[in-house]
Design a protein around this ligand. Structure first.
Ligand code: AHM
Ligand code: MG
Length: 358
């Protein structure tokens, strides 16, 4: 008989490592896993049942159509509401935070920040999408939890994870003691432990960024991209460029193979595009737990004090050596208080870029 461990079994086993744990976090993770399976089912049959249309239109069965991101949002909210372990949900799909009003959930301990379907524009073309989530313990001890309980630094996360709906479906999560990955076995409908204790390679050969925005990037990022493209055998350059346009997928590749993912500031997104609470913080927690690094170019992502739910931040994340190199370029060419526009060949050579810079 083949010995495998399901997500449910793994969560229970881990809970036993904490003698005073009451099982609430375990149940919360289990609920997220169940919703992920439901969303996965719909994503897999999306092309067949015509739920890729616009919200508000009607499909062939006469049912009201929902975009997958709306559907995923509803599924996660339903699972978290029914589960009773979560008092507030902050989701990318809704402007305001959701207070779960049931008698059980009102006093629940946990806050969940979630991007229910990340990279959702990819569903129209059958390319990987993801779900990204982050779990915090509420800080307030009395009354109903409120916005202050949501606006916590990433260092306060008690768990974070993502699901990739790809060539196979995977759930990867951390509770702050390493990172574990589970692959959905469709024949038994269970996530099974497939990637125990994942460690991200310290370096890699893949960089991942939307280069269409190149002209709008800060100089530090432009120079780093050129560095990635310059030939140098000793550091395996030029690197390979890969960009799915689905953060969870692009970062998952770095986690497994090594690499760097960047979404810097651009002229149209002066704070970057990605959201701190439910995209950058959870991915940063996972990558740090796997031995990598996540920064804005100036500061650690997890140290940022959020001041609004849908706050955006620029992000550079992945293998530690690659991220530190990109940071060095930011420091040199895009210092925060930039006094002069200094662009000398000497600086570039010192950083390992030999020619080919514009
Ligand atoms: P979304 O949550 O609205 O889907 O946006 C987030 C996604 C990331 O997954 C992805 O890396 C990025 O946006 C792609 O943006 P762009 O098309 O600007 O490169
Ligand atoms: Mg997103």
């Amino acid at each position: 008989m083949h010995a495998f461990k399901t997500l449910g079994q793994f969560i229970i086993q881990k809970q036993a490592d904490f003698p005073y744990a009451k099982g609430e976090l375990s149940r919360l993770l289990r609920d997220i896993g169940i919703a992920a399976k439901i969303v996965n089912r719909e994503i897999n049959k999306a092309g067949l049942v015509d739920i890729l249309g616009d919200v508000g239109t009607t499909n062939v069965q006469g049912e009201q159509q929902k975009k997958l991101d709306v559907y995923a949002n509803e599924q996660f909210i339903a699972a978290l509401t029914t589960g009773g372990e979560c008092c507030i949900i902050a989701t990318e799909e809704e402007e305001e935070i959701i207070h779960i009003q049931s008698p059980v959930s009102g006093n629940a301990k946990y806050i969940v920040c979630i991007d229910p379907l990340d990279g959702s524009s990819n569903t129209d073309v059958n390319v990987s999408v993801g779900t990204i989530f982050s779990i915090y313990r509420r800080k307030s001890v009395e009354g109903l939890a409120d916005l202050k309980d949501v606006l916590q630094k990433g260092t306060e996360q008690v768990a974070a994870g993502y699901i990739i709906y790809g060539s196979s479906t995977m759930l990867v999560y951390t509770t702050g003691v390493g990172v574990n990955g589970f692959t959905l076995d469709p024949s038994i409908g269970e996530f099974c432990l497939s990637h125990p204790q994942i460690k991200i390679p310290t370096t890699g050969i893949v960089y991942s960024v939307n280069e269409g925005n190149y002209v709008h990037f800060p100089d530090g990022i432009k120079k780093y991209i050129k560095y990635c493209q310059v030939e140098d055998e000793s550091t395996n350059r030029p690197y390979t460029s890969r960009y799915i346009g689905s953060m969870a997928g692009d970062i998952h590749r770095s986690l497994i193979k090594g690499g760097i993912y960047m979404y810097p500031t651009t002229a149209s997104s002066p704070n970057g595009k990605l959201r701190l609470l439910y995209e950058c913080n959870p991915m940063a927690f996972i990558i740090e737990q796997a031995g990598g690094k996540a920064t804005t170019g100036y500061e650690r992502i997890l140290d940022i004090q959020p001041d609004e739910v849908h706050q955006r931040v620029p992000i550079i994340i992945g293998s530690i050596e690659m991220v530190e190199k990109a940071e060095a370029f930011m420091k040199e060419f895009s210092p925060k208080a930039k006094l002069t526009e200094e662009k000398t060949d000497t600086k570039l050579e010192a950083l390992g870029v030999i020619g080919g810079i514009d």
